[in-house]
Design a protein around this ligand. Structure first.
Ligand code: ZN
Length: 304
């Protein structure tokens, strides 16, 4: 296993050509060599102009990039590779505008769409993992509030529930999960708990009624920490508050604000990187793997 992340020079040397990138994708997609998706035959002709692998037994035309984020892309693979590498390397994220300039991608729309495709792959991958043990949980708001109520009743802000797996004895937190919710109510928090938290966990929250359903769970243990206003929450839920401050800083500083429509993908990107921060040397290949195993999304779908 690789111990250090590749340097910029090593990366350019390794993935500087289309051919090198294709070869790498091929190895990730078919680690044991080509396998026909239809008949499992192991031999194929390569159709150079159409970039297709044609099964020698049944004639099936397999594409290296079908069903991946690279499907039908007009951007060269080596630019995709750079982009994935850079998005994985920058702890606080990277702006699409600087990527557009660095990678000489013609339009902002192209780089923006690429960014969201990569984020979607990261978010989907991350959603498959569960937090366990001791978990801090709280909710927060992104974006400018509309005039009116403040705090949990506020309208016009994106509401996000955040869970962080925290080891005892003040060690660093391990994993995090975030989800945008229409309301910070039991009905909306419950799916996050069911899908992203292990069946047996100890969950610390403040005194908000939206978390009361946790008390009824036979396997979960719920610790109410601050009854009432929640002003003491940063002290008793330190990690969840640190993470919230970090992602808000990233979104403000790097992405200059994000609309609620796209926020879930930014949350996914943030958590993906955070959850794998101790495996930095493997980050690029893991991200590529995620990009190969996700359904693609079109610009039009992103805009809806
Ligand atoms: Zn075949």
């Amino acid at each position: 296993m690789q111990q250090e992340p590749l340097s910029l020079m090593q990366f350019q040397k390794k993935f500087g050509t289309e051919k090198a990138c294709q070869k790498h994708l091929f190895r990730l997609r078919w680690p044991e060599g080509f396998r026909c998706p239809r008949c499992r035959h192991a031999e194929a002709y390569f159709h150079r102009t159409r970039h297709l692998y044609i099964c020698k037994a049944c004639g099936y035309q397999a594409s290296l990039t079908a069903g991946t984020v690279f499907h039908k892309t007009r951007t060269p693979l080596h630019k995709w590779f750079w982009m994935i590498w850079l998005m994985g390397r920058q702890k606080s994220g990277i702006s699409m505008l600087s990527l557009q300039r660095m990678l000489e991608i013609k339009t902002y729309k192209t780089v923006w769409t690429m960014g969201h495709k990569i984020r979607k792959a990261m978010a989907e991958r991350d959603a498959g993992y569960k937090l366990a043990g001791l978990i801090e949980m709280d909710d927060t708001y992104f974006g400018a509030p509309k005039p009116g109520k403040r705090g949990r009743g506020a309208t016009g802000k994106a509401k996000v529930v955040v869970a962080v797996e925290t080891p005892a004895e003040k060690k660093k937190p391990r994993f995090a999960a975030m989800r945008m919710v229409p309301n910070v109510s039991s009905a909306e928090i419950k799916p996050l708990v069911q899908e992203r938290l292990a069946a047996e966990a100890v969950i610390k929250t403040d005194g908000w009624q939206g978390y009361s359903f946790l008390d009824a769970s036979p396997s979960l243990q719920h610790e109410w920490l601050v009854p009432g206003s929640g002003k003491e929450a940063p002290k008793v839920l330190p990690w969840v508050h640190t993470l919230i401050a970090n992602i808000k800083g990233n979104i403000r500083g790097i992405h200059h604000g994000v609309s609620p429509k796209h926020l879930p993908r930014y949350l996914g990107e943030f958590c993906y990187r955070f959850n794998r921060r101790f495996w930095e040397p493997q980050m690029f290949n893991r991200m590529l793997h995620a990009c190969l195993n996700t359904s693609s999304i079109t610009f039009l779908e992103l805009r809806q």
